[in-house]
Design a protein around this ligand. Structure first.
Ligand code: HEC
Length: 148
């Protein structure tokens, strides 16, 4: 059992150290500090997904859905830089659900899992290290934004 736990932990760390090549530049996605070794992908279905899982799902959403306006590498474009401006997790979720002056409510059809994934991704990429936004966080923020 002890050995299996150690192996799970090593697998988790290995899966977090992925790098992506974007526009000729290599950006390494750095994991945030609050990793829980026990939270591997073989946890029960009812459990929150691991940070590694959210990051990989979030990257797939952010690339086509957000970075087209917000620029590669969090640098900014039509929309402001996402390597800044994402410290307030509830604010990011509200922006996705409600939109802003120019930003469409692009996340209004997203599931809680999709919200958790993309918000975790932008808050933990390009040097950001703000930690996980969980499925239950996403559900709470959705409720307080009054978007059911
Ligand atoms: C059509 C272009 C567009 C798309 C697509 C888009 N955004 Fe935006 N976003 C903007 C603009 C423009 C703003 C600036 C506020 C405004 O004018 O609404 C903004 C603002 C924001 C802010 C607030 C930044 C601040 O200064 O506080 C966040 C966070 C954000 N967007 C995240 C995202 C995420 C995450 C996605 C993808 C799921 C996304 N945006 C998709 C254009 C876009």
């Amino acid at each position: 059992m002890r050995r299996a736990t150690v192996l799970n932990y090593i697998g988790l760390i290995a899966s977090l150290n992925f790098a992506s090549v974007v526009g000729g530049q290599v950006s390494v996605v750095t994991p945030s500090a609050n990793l829980v070794p026990a939270a591997g992908d073989n946890s029960p279905a009812s459990a929150e997904p691991s940070m590694a899982t959210l990051l990989s799902e979030g990257e797939k959403i952010a690339q086509p859905t957000c970075l087209v306006c917000h620029g590669q590498n969090g640098a900014g474009g039509v929309g402001p830089a996402l390597r800044q401006n994402v410290a307030n997790s509830e604010g990011v979720v509200r922006m996705l659900l409600i939109g802003g002056g120019q930003m469409p409510p692009i996340g209004e059809k997203f599931t809680d899992r999709e919200i958790a994934a993309v918000v975790t991704y932008v808050r933990n990429s390009w040097g950001n290290q703000f930690g996980v936004v969980s499925l239950s966080d996403a559900a709470i923020y959705r409720k307080s934004a009054s978007v059911q």
